[in-house]
Design a protein around this ligand. Sequence first.
Ligand code: SF4
Length: 326
Amino acid sequence: MTLHCKHSSRQNVIFGPVPSRRLGRSLGIDLTPHKTCSFDCIYCECGRTTDLTTKRKLFVDPDRVLFELKSFFDEHGKQFIDAVTFSGSGEPTLYKELGYLINSIKSDYPNIPVGILTNGSLFWQSDVRKDAINADFVIPSLDAPNPTLFKKINRPHENIKWESYIQGLKLFCQEYKGNLRLEVFLLKDLNSTKESIDEFKNLLLEIKPPMVELNTLVRPGVEKSIAGLFTKEMKYIASRFEPINCKIIGKYEKKKTQKETVKDLDSLIIKILSRRPCTLDEMSDSLGIPQSLIATAVNRLVKNNLIRKLDNFYFAGSDRKSVGIV
Ligand code: SF4
């Protein structure tokens, strides 16, 4: 399939591998231009949504995506990759040919699990559910237990009504036979109060996901005022959700494999950081190279104003505004 795309000249769509607490070393595919999403979440690691939309489009030629993936594997091999994940700096189900890409990648690389990290906001549309149905894993999210918090936390596009969003999640949970984990992202004093937890529990019993993953903020988000929960609080909430099948997303487990060199290290670091802020340790583990080499490269990039450091995290861009943090 060869198509003429509006964004045919934009940067690579393949990024990473990104260190993921759930997926190990996940090679990302970012199908939407920064930052195109149906939500504008207050905790988003990618900055403010600049194109808030529900319109599905062909942002990039699917053959170009497949070509970039093949080039990556030809150059770096497949042994470092635990999963290929549609994610990045926007909502992947906004991409019109998502189903075609999932089927093609599964057929070209049958041993690598292919999955989607999605906000789940478009599952009320049957074409979106159909596109996602063949993925090996799907991780949709539910950050609010009621319409008021939905608006406050996710700041959705006006076309996304709370009732359709919940109905879409229910339908997808019924139809999908792969590995589905519904992520509940908890924020201090916002959606983690006693009332919210009771509402969440009732809603989850209605949606019936096979597994719930509790997550919380560990990286800087868009709004400075928000905060994550301590493990103790997460454990308490998990116990309150019983008998729902629920687990807490743990710390990222380091891999042992390391290589001494990597081609274009600076640009690989910038690509990883343009999708999410990372620590030195995470970058080292994700790229499978020693931390001393990463440290030298990031010092050079910081000096040249190509990335910046805030606490233990490194960001793409030279100022807080450039990563959308206000
Ligand atoms: S967190 Fe995900 S769903 Fe929310 S604005 Fe960012 S990319 Fe969109």
